[in-house]
Design a protein around this ligand. Structure first.
Ligand SMILES: [Zn+2]
Length: 477
């Protein structure tokens, strides 16, 4: 709520699918190759060529439909969306107009510990356009057609979000699902995910306000900035007696402002009509079911499971789940017998994330799930200290050690938990520090820390600190 206004947000997310080939031809679907090398007469829109639908595109879109709890239109069609732009050689984009492949779903997103359900209006398949390039050496626009015909899904939400924070959570959840079901690379910097944002404001209890659509939002943080800017712009306009007009605006993230592109009056008429060169899409019921069965456990369900089964905080669970490799490793360690999930999560988010952030994957190291499970169990049971655990871990990562017990023995890292040994040690230390013992008995409680510290030192750091403290307290009593 800003100045008594409620903000209403709907999002249209375009995600490039990571199929091997393009949607209507056999050209390679790959980013970053030399300009205009991944093209053929079909994706260049030469007259007389005929498109053939790539079946994987339909499969991928249906998977996303299932992940977002959508109904699937087993019989649907593709339509031509007509407009002129230099990056679109056919002068039309093949998309889906009135009958999308997936419809009426929802997504539960986690916002500040609460679950918020966002409606999904539809998911449809379509083709991407080429890309305009500009160079200082050339006074005009250049076109790279490699992206023409790259398959996209467009996911249209209902206007169910009420803050930029909810919009961000929605976008992050969508991205996470795309990664988990492995249908998109999700590389924002390469434009694999792009979004258009619809924003309106109104006083609670009153009908929705007029909405503006914002294009050119290329990152989730830009979406947050764009939404906040647009909401404030509309509120200020209304507060000063003006009215919001329905229009399309361009978000300029560098300047931090949106600029009007076109009003409703100049809205394009796309003259949609059924694509005559493609057959009706008919998906057998068994296939729809089979695709549902292939879905892995989805990120939100996983987060909730980590919270309920392993008592992780939602933040920690979300950070592990956000990276499929970390989450798989966490699950593998539990399967390998790790009995201290909270400590395990600390290691994954600490030491393991540290090397992963530098681009090293777990697989590239000698570390296996059973090794980390054992290491964490040893630390949690007090067999070795956390510091010793770190030494063992470093030996695994940096020296390719593969036997934890051997490292512990060689570097004599095992903690002394043998009570009689610790008692011997404490007796010697207390005898040698009579003054501190007297201080403690005279009420100087911080002498305790000193004495325990001396005992730890005498044990060369190998005493179990908890057990050591209890013994010292026993003798001081
Ligand atoms: Zn092609």
């Amino acid at each position: 709520m800003i100045k008594g206004y409620e903000v209403v947000i709907g999002l249209e997310v375009h995600a490039e699918l990571n199929t091997k080939t393009k949607i209507y031809c056999s050209c390679k679907n790959s980013f970053g190759l030399e300009v205009n090398t991944q093209v053929c007469p079909i994706c260049l829109g030469m007259p007389g060529t005929l498109p053939t639908l790539n079946e994987s595109v339909v499969d991928y879109a249906i998977k996303m439909g299932h992940a977002l709890n959508c109904g699937i239109n087993r019989i649907c069609k593709q339509d031509r969306k007509n407009y002129f732009y230099p990056d679109l050689p056919k002068s039309y984009q093949i998309s889906q107009a009135d009958i999308p492949l997936c419809h009426d779903g929802y997504l539960d997103v986690l916002v500040n510990g609460d679950t918020k359900r966002i409606g999904i209006e539809r998911i449809h398949i379509e083709e991407d356009a080429g890309k305009l390039l500009h160079s200082d050496k050339f006074d005009g626009s250049l076109v790279d057609f490699n992206r023409c015909g790259v398959p996209l899904i467009e996911i249209v939400s209902r206007p169910d979000m009420r803050s930029s924070e909810e919009a961000k959570a929605y976008l992050e959840t969508i991205k996470s699902i795309l990664k988990y079901i492995d249908i998109s690379d999700c590389k924002m910097q390469e434009g694999s995910i792009r979004c258009d944002v619809n924003v309106s404001v109104h006083k609670p209890g009153e009908p929705f306000g007029t909405r503006c659509e914002m294009k050119n939002v290329n990152s989730f943080s830009a979406a947050v900035r764009g939404i906040d800017y647009e909401a404030n712009r509309q509120i200020e306009l209304l507060e000063s007696g003006g009215t919001v007009v329905q229009e399309t605006r361009r978000w300029d993230d560098a300047k931090g402002e949106s600029i009007s592109m076109r009003s409703k009056e100049d809205a394009q008429d796309y003259r949609y009509f059924p694509e005559p060169d493609l057959l009706t899409i008919v998906v057998p019921e068994e296939k729809v079911k089979m695709l549902k069965d292939t879905l892995p456990e989805l990120p939100n369900a996983k987060i909730m499971r980590y919270v309920s089964d392993y008592s992780l905080s939602q933040t920690d669970a979300a950070m592990i789940v956000d990276v499929p490799e970390k989450s798989k490793f966490f699950d593998d360690c539990i399967s390998a017998g790790c009995t201290a999930p909270k400590l395990l999560s600390n290691w994954i988010l600490g030491e393991i994330s540290k090397f992963m952030n530098e681009g090293v994957s777990i697989e590239q190291t000698s570390l296996t799930a059973s090794m980390l499970a054992k290491l964490v169990n040893y630390i949690s049971s007090g067999k070795i200290s956390t510091a010793a655990g770190k030494t063992v871990f470093d030996a695994i990562i940096n020296e390719n050690a593969d036997d934890i017990d051997k490292v512990i023995e060689e570097k004599s890292l095992a903690q002394i938990s043998d009570i009689s040994m610790l008692e011997e040690l404490a007796k010697e230390v207390l005898a040698a520090n009579e003054k501190s013992v007297q201080d403690y008995k005279n009420g100087k409680t911080n002498a305790l820390g000193y004495l325990v510290g001396q005992c730890m030192k005498a044990s060369k750091g190998k005493a179990n600190p908890g057990a050591m403290k209890e013994i010292v307290l026993k003798y001081l009593a």
